[in-house]
Design a binder for this molecule. Structure first.
Ligand code: MN
Length: 186
C-alpha cells in the first residue's frame, strides 16, 4: 500500500519537488513539427539550440495515476509559436487533465475521426482531454506557459499517429494567434 504524499509545484517555473522524471526538448529535437525548417535552422545557427519545452513528473511505482508539469518557453519559429510535439495516447480509453498555472496558451485537439477543437489555456483553466483526442499545447503569450497534467500511468504517448502532423497550425497573425489549415488530413 502506498502512502499519501504532497508534491510542491512552482507555478512560474514548473519545477516540482520531489521530481522523478525530467526531459527537455530543444529546437533541434523538434525539426519535424515546425513548418518553417529554414527559419528553425537559422535560429539554431544564430541563437543556439534553444530550449522549447520541458516535462517534469512525479511517478510512484504501483500507482494508477501520475502527474507533472509541462513548461513551454515563449518564442516562435517563423510565424509559428513554440509548442509541444502532440500525441495520442496508446490507450484509446484514457484521457488527461491539463490545469494551467501560468501564461497564455492554446490547446489544439484532434479526434481520431478528424474533428478539431481548440481550448484556451490560462491560469485557472482546467482542460478535460477526452480519450482518443490527440493534444498539443501552444504558447501564444510572451511569458512561459506552465500547466500541470494528470493521467493514468498506462495511458502512454503515441507520437507515430501524428507523424504527418496535425490538421491545423497556430501562427502569429497581425492581431494575434490565427489557426490555419496545415494541409495534413486526419
Ligand atoms: Mn497526453
Amino acid at each position: 500500500m502506498l502512502d499519501p504524499q504532497n508534491v510542491t509545484i512552482d507555478a512560474e517555473s514548473g519545477a516540482i519537488a520531489p521530481e522523478t522524471e525530467h526531459y527537455e526538448k530543444r529546437l533541434s529535437d523538434l525539426r519535424q513539427i515546425f513548418a518553417d525548417r529554414i527559419a528553425l535552422d537559422r535560429m539554431v545557427g544564430e541563437e543556439g539550440d534553444r530550449l522549447v519545452y520541458q516535462v517534469r513528473a512525479f511517478r510512484k511505482n504501483e500507482s494508477d495515476l501520475w502527474f507533472g508539469t509541462t513548461t513551454i518557453e515563449p518564442g516562435r519559429v517563423g510565424s509559428e509559436y513554440f509548442m509541444t510535439r502532440g500525441h495520442f495516447h496508446k490507450r484509446h480509453d484514457m484521457g488527461e487533465v491539463y490545469h494551467t498555472q501560468a501564461g497564455k496558451g492554446l490547446l489544439l485537439l484532434q479526434a481520431r475521426d478528424g474533428r478539431v477543437e481548440i481550448l484556451e489555456m490560462h491560469p485557472g483553466s482546467c482542460s478535460f482531454i477526452p480519450p482518443d483526442w490527440a493534444h498539443r499545447s501552444i504558447n501564444v503569450g510572451d511569458d512561459r506557459l506552465v500547466f500541470v497534467w494528470v493521467c493514468n500511468v498506462e495511458a502512454g504517448n503515441d507520437y507515430g499517429e501524428l507523424e504527418k502532423g496535425m490538421q491545423r497550425r497556430v501562427i502569429a497573425g497581425v492581431s494575434g494567434p490565427e489557426m490555419i489549415e496545415s494541409g495534413v488530413r486526419g
